[in-house]
Design a binder for this molecule. Structure first.
Ligand code: ATP
Ligand code: MG
Length: 367
C-alpha cells in the first residue's frame, strides 16, 4: 500500500530539433488506497505517465515520490509497482499457474510461498479451476484475470492499469469492471487506471484526472467533474452523450441571449459586460420537451432520432445566422417520442443546469 506524488514531472522524447515534450510539468497527489482514473484524448500522455510512474521510462525532470521517497533513480523492478496492460502480455507457452508464478520465481521466492500466493490469487479471481490451462485455452476475460493475478501475487505498492478492459466485449467489460472495483475494496490497494470508457471512469474512480496534451486540466471526484467542470474541455470530455455548446452573449443584467434571439436569466458571480461572447453548455440529459418557467427554449430542426426504449435521443440543429444551420444539439429525453426527421421540436434548458464558458479563452467557466 502506498501513496504517490508527482511534482513538476516532465517527459521529453528525442533530442535537438526532433525533441518532443509530451508531459508538461504534472503535479499530482494519489493517496493511499485511492482508485484514481486517468482520462483524456488519444496521445495526451496517459500511458507515458503510467510508464514514468512504474519506471519503464525515465523522467526528464521533476520528482516521483512513493511514500514520500524519491524513486526517479530506482529501477522498475525495485519500485514495487505492477502494471497490467490492455494486451495481457501473457507467456503463451506457460500455464496459468506458471504465468502467475513466473515473477516470484525470478526473485527467488520459495516454492511453498509461491504456491500459497498463486493459490490465494487464483481463488480471489476465480481461476482455481484453470491453473493448468494455457492462455490460448482461456476467454478474453479469463486471460485478463490471469494478467491481474500476476500483478496481485507480487503484492505491489500500487497497481497500474493501462486500459485493461478495452479488448473485451461489452458484457465482459461490465463484469470485469465490478471485479476490479471489488478487488480494490478487498485489497485496499492504491490503483491508477487508464481508460477511454466514460462509464468506467465515472463508476470506478474515487478521483478522475483529466489530461490534455500532457497537462492536467482538472482533478476531482466523478460528480465534481460532472457538476462543476473547471473549463469547456473538461465539460465536453466528461459525460456521454457529450455536452452541447451554443454560442451566446451576455445581455443586460443577468440575461443570456442566443444567436436565435432566445434569452433567459442566468445569474453569475462575475456578471460579464453586456455584449460579451460566451459559450453556453448544456448536457443532453438536461434538455426536456416540457416547457418550464424561465427555461431557455432551443428550437431544433430534427436531423436524427434514436429510440432506445427507456429514453430517446434527438439530434438536430438550432437556427443559424443567414438561413444557415446553427449549432448542433443532442437531447436525451425520457421515454419514447413521435418526433421524426425534419420536424421542429423545441427543447428547454433550465438555468441551473446550464454552464457558461468564456468564449475568448475557451476555458474559464463564468460561475
Ligand atoms: N518513445 C516515444 N518517442 C516519441 N514520442 C512518443 C514516444 N512514446 C510516446 N510518444 C508520444 O507521446 C504522446 C503521448 O503518448 P501516450 O502513449 O502516453 O498517449 P496516450 O494518452 O496513452 O494515448 P492513447 O489513448 O492513444 O493510448 C504521443 O504524442 C506519442 O506519440
Ligand atoms: Mg495509451
Amino acid at each position: 500500500m502506498a501513496s504517490l506524488e508527482l511534482k513538476q514531472l516532465v517527459k521529453e522524447f528525442g533530442s535537438g530539433a526532433s525533441m518532443v515534450r509530451v508531459i508538461h510539468g504534472v503535479d499530482l497527489q494519489v493517496n493511499d488506497g485511492e482508485f484514481v482514473v486517468f482520462v483524456g484524448p488519444s496521445g495526451c500522455g496517459k500511458s507515458t505517465l503510467l510508464r514514468l510512474i512504474c519506471g519503464l521510462e525515465d523522467a526528464t525532470s521533476g520528482d516521483i515520490l512513493l511514500d514520500n521517497e524519491r524513486v526517479n533513480d530506482k529501477r522498475a523492478a525495485d519500485r514495487g509497482l505492477a502494471m497490467v496492460f490492455q494486451s495481457y502480455a501473457l507467456y503463451p507457452h506457460m500455464t496459468v499457474y506458471q504465468n502467475m508464478a513466473f515473477g516470484l520465481e525470478n526473485i527467488g521466492t520459495p516454492k511453498a510461498v509461491i504456491e500459497k500466493k498463486v493459490g490465494d490469487a487464483a481463488k480471489l479471481l476465480r481461476l482455481d479451476a484453470l491453473l493448468e490451462r494455457k492462455p490460448t485455452q482461456l476467454s478474453g476475460g479469463q486471460r485478463q484475470r490471469v494478467a491481474i493475478g500476476r500483478a496481485i501475487v507480487r503484492e505491489p505498492k500500487i497497481f497500474l492499469f493501462d486500459e485493461p478492459l478495452s479488448n473485451l466485449d461489452a458484457e465482459l467489460r461490465v463484469s470485469m469492471r465490478s471485479e476490479i472495483t471489488g478487488l480494490h475494496r478487498r485489497l485496499g490497494a492504491t490503483m491508477i487506471y487508464v481508460t477511454h470508457d466514460q462509464v468506467e471512469a465515472m463508476t470506478m474512480a474515487d478521483k478522475i484526472v483529466v489530461l490534455r496534451a500532457g497537462k492536467i486540466e482538472q482533478v476531482g471526484s466523478p460528480l465534481e467533474l460532472y457538476n462543476r467542470p473547471a473549463n469547456k474541455f473538461v465539460a465536453g470530455f466528461i459525460g456521454s452523450p457529450q455536452m452541447n455548446f451554443v454560442p451566446v452573449h451576455a445581455g443586460h443584467g443577468d440575461t443570456i441571449v442566443t444567436a436565435h434571439n432566445a434569452s433567459f436569466t442566468k445569474p453569475t458571480q462575475t456578471r460579464p459586460a453586456s455584449g460579451t461572447e460566451l459559450t453556453l453548455g448544456v448536457r443532453p440529459e438536461h434538455l426536456s420537451l416540457q416547457a418550464a418557467d424561465g427555461a431557455l427554449a432551443l428550437p431544433m430542426t430534427i436531423t436524427g432520432v434514436e429510440q432506445l426504449g427507456g429514453h430517446s435521443l434527438l439530434y438536430g440543429t438550432l437556427p443559424g445566422a443567414g438561413g444557415k444551420d446553427g449549432p448542433r444539439i443532442t437531447a436525451q429525453v425520457a421515454g419514447q417520442v413521435s418526433t421524426r426527421i425534419g420536424d421542429t421540436a423545441t427543447v428547454y434548458a433550465s438555468a441551473d443546469t446550464c454552464h457558461l464558458f468564456s468564449t475568448a479563452d475557451g476555458e474559464t467557466v463564468v460561475r
